[in-house]
Ligand binder design. Structure first.
Ligand SMILES: CC(=O)N[C@H]1[C@@H](OP(=O)(O)OP(=O)(O)OC[C@H]2O[C@@H](n3ccc(=O)[nH]c3=O)[C@H](O)[C@@H]2O)O[C@H](CO)[C@@H](O)[C@@H]1O
Ligand SMILES: C=C(OP(=O)(O)O)C(=O)O
Length: 416
């Protein structure tokens, strides 16, 4: 089992480049199955989730080639409509097979997805959408089968602006007859990216990025070239790495408008952030002010940056409050941060975080962003931190140890 070892307490300096976004690349790769012929996708990050998704595409009969962040997907020989259970349960985004294959072929079977264990994560809103479009839903335990002779556009109101449900319904509706309206849709940048790719392939999706998405169905989509947006959560994580180590770092390849809620909070803490067209320069000088954060759907504070920000809040003056409203169980990092000396008290969906002296310890990544928060805490801590179960971190961070080593961190991956 691989572990990450960090010797903390060093300042960082220099530049870190941001990779393509995991949560945009995964639905876009699945949507490539909807296009006839070949798509070429650029800036696809090398991640465990991407590799797993490529295995799913191959198992369905698609041809793929993945090299240097360029992924070719050819759907000419696609001949299966069932996602192997072993692959489906490895990741959350496997459920995008539902929208993509139902949309193009009118049939799909998959198993309930895996992904981070951060709450219940039901798929009722996805299924509500597919049903409204005319799909028959057959469930056998964890296995879901969808079938439709034809899909017909409809008005679908989401009780919660779910990212996954918005994307899945958008994909299926792209090839339905007539118009579909998704009301109370999620507005995350990754949804806009998926809509842009679908439109490049010939879809007619309007309003992505607002809470009303209108989709006029088309008969076919054609594979095309497309470049994935930069990862706003990876960018946020490295911005916090500068803040937590009291350093100056340039984070390159960032769409600043995607991380405004994080930058606003960091500025309130007293961190200087200079923006330019390519990225941001972060200049941190302790002491930092305590700020409260509350996670919300986009453009609110991203739940995927909550754990990392909590690690930083152990290093500010006084006490800060972190409220998690998106997932019911997303404080897995707290017990691990406490092993490193963090003073955090959880009550319900809120955590009170106090200024703490972090000391290196042996800890476990309980999920992807919890793992990232331990890396950040390890960079700031006195002495050595060993992180176990780093496969979670590898689901979402391309080349994390090299990127941090290049800016002066003492971090390495070891086999044991
Ligand atoms: C692969 C991917 O892109 N993952 C992201 C996606 O996850 P995911 O798409 O799973 O997140 P959702 O936006 O769907 O979930 C938000 C909330 O809605 C609930 N819900 C969702 C669907 C449903 O049918 N019923 C229901 O009740 C969930 O349990 C959760 O409490 O968006 C989350 C919220 O920004 C991010 O943390 C994840 O990193
Ligand atoms: C929760 C996350 O991922 P997933 O939805 O793939 O589990 C994440 O990216 O933080």
């Amino acid at each position: 089992m691989k572990r990450i070892i960090i010797n903390g307490g060093n300042k960082l300096g220099g530049k870190i480049g941001i990779s393509g976004a995991k949560n945009a690349a995964l639905p876009v790769i699945m949507a490539a199955l909807m296009g006839q012929g070949e798509s070429i996708l650029y800036d696809v990050p090398h991640l465990r989730d991407v590799n797993n998704l490529i295995k799913i595409l191959n198992a369905l009969g698609a041809k793929t080639e993945f090299k240097d962040n360029r992924l070719l997907v050819n759907t000419n020989a696609l001949n299966k409509l069932e996602v192997p259970a072993k692959l489906a349960t490895q990741m959350r985004a496997s459920y995008y097979a539902l929208g993509a294959l139902l949309g193009r072929y009118g049939e799909v079977t998959t198993t309930l997805p895996g992904g981070c264990k951060i709450g219940r994560r039901p798929v009722d809103l996805h299924l509500k959408g597919f049903k409204a479009l005319g799909a028959e839903i057959n469930r056998d335990g964890c296995i879901i089968n969808l079938q439709a002779d034809k899909l017909i556009g409809d008005k679908i109101y989401l009780d919660y602006p779910s990212v996954g449900a918005t994307m899945n319904i958008m994909m299926a509706a792209t090839m339905a007859q007539g118009e579909t309206m998704i009301e109370n849709a999620a507005k995350e940048p990754e949804i806009v990216d998926l809509a842009s790719y679908l439109n490049v392939m010939g879809a007619k999706v309007k309003g992505a990025g607002t809470n009303l998405i209108r989709i006029q169905g088309v008969k076919k989509l054609q594979g095309r070239e497309y470049t994935i947006i930069p990862d706003r959560i990876e960018a946020g994580t490295y911005i916090i790495s500068a803040a937590i180590t009291n350093s100056q770092l340039y984070i390159d390849n960032v769409l600043v408008e995607h991380i405004n809620s994080l930058l606003a909070k960091l500025r309130e803490m007293g961190i200087k952030i200079k923006e330019d067209v390519n990225g941001v320069e972060v200049i941190a000088n302790k002491p930092l002010n305590a700020v409260d954060i509350k996670t919300l759907p986009y453009p609110g504070f991203a739940t995927d940056l909550q754990a990392q920000t909590m690690a930083l809040l152990t290093q500010v003056k006084g006490q800060a409050k972190v409220t998690e409203t998106v997932f019911e169980d997303r404080f897995g990092h707290v017990s691990q941060l406490k092993k490193m000396g963090a003073k955090i008290k959880v009550e319900g969906n809120a955590a009170a975080v106090q200024n703490s002296n972090l000391i290196g310890a042996r800890v476990k990544a309980t999920d992807l962003r919890a793992g990232a928060s331990l890396v950040l805490a390890g960079l700031a801590a006195e002495g050595q931190t060993e992180i176990e179960d780093i496969y979670h971190i590898k689901r979402g961070y391309e080349d994390i140890t090299n990127k941090l080593t290049n800016v002066g961190a003492k971090i390495k991956e070891v086999e044991q």
